[in-house]
Design a protein around this ligand. Structure first.
Ligand SMILES: CC(C)(COP(=O)(O)OP(=O)(O)OC[C@H]1O[C@@H](n2cnc3c(N)ncnc32)[C@H](O)[C@@H]1OP(=O)(O)O)[C@@H](O)C(=O)NCCC(=O)NCCS
Length: 148
């Protein structure tokens, strides 16, 4: 699929919240959470846009000093299994390799597609946070990718 990776701006907020509701129906990020990420100079939202301008995927990175956190990644259901998450994550790990010492993330223990994606990009499980998620309650697997 032909996609373009671009940084998000204020004008993408409605599309981002719509994508979020489709991808995380039980606990979607609200528009204000995305707005806070846009306003945070230490965060970046990367979008995957289709040829028609439609939003196909997004990934959110935030940093504290030299450590990065992958706070979100999602691809629209109709666009999955076509390498869009691969492209988004490759861009973020490329940035990380140049500017950060590590990337961290949390993922639902049952989210096999996401865990496979992260392992493919070199992340390793380093811990478990008991009952970290609500709706439904579930453990988080903590994963990291070191650039050192
Ligand atoms: C996880 C998600 C982002 C993957 O997006 P995608 O664009 O379909 O992924 P890609 O096509 O780029 O696949 C990249 C790799 O991810 C893994 N993967 C993706 N979907 C998978 C699936 N259904 N089953 C197993 N592995 C999968 C594979 O390792 C794949 O590499 P491969 O094609 O060489 O096998 C997508 O399924 C999604 O948006 N899920 C809902 C939101 C979510 O759970 N986000 C993660 C929150 S922590």
């Amino acid at each position: 699929m032909n996609v373009q990776l671009i940084p998000a701006t204020e004008e993408h907020l409605p599309q981002l919240t719509a994508l979020e509701q489709i991808c995380f129906p039980s606990d979607p990020w609200s528009e204000s959470v995305y707005r806070a990420a846009l306003d945070n100079p230490a965060a970046a939202i990367l979008l995957a846009q289709g040829e028609d301008g439609g939003l196909l995927g997004c990934a959110v990175l935030s940093t504290v000093l030299d450590e990065g956190s992958l706070d979100n990644i999602a691809v629209a259901p109709h666009a999955r299994r076509q390498g869009i998450a691969d492209a988004l994550l490759s861009a973020l790990t490329g940035f990380g390799r140049e500017h950060l010492t590590c990337l961290m993330l949390e993922v639902r223990a049952s989210n096999a597609p996401a865990i496979a994606l992260y392992e493919k990009h070199g992340f390793a499980a380093v811990g478990r946070r008991k009952n970290y998620y609500d709706a439904p309650k579930e453990d988080a697997i903590l994963m990291t990718l070191s650039f050192l």
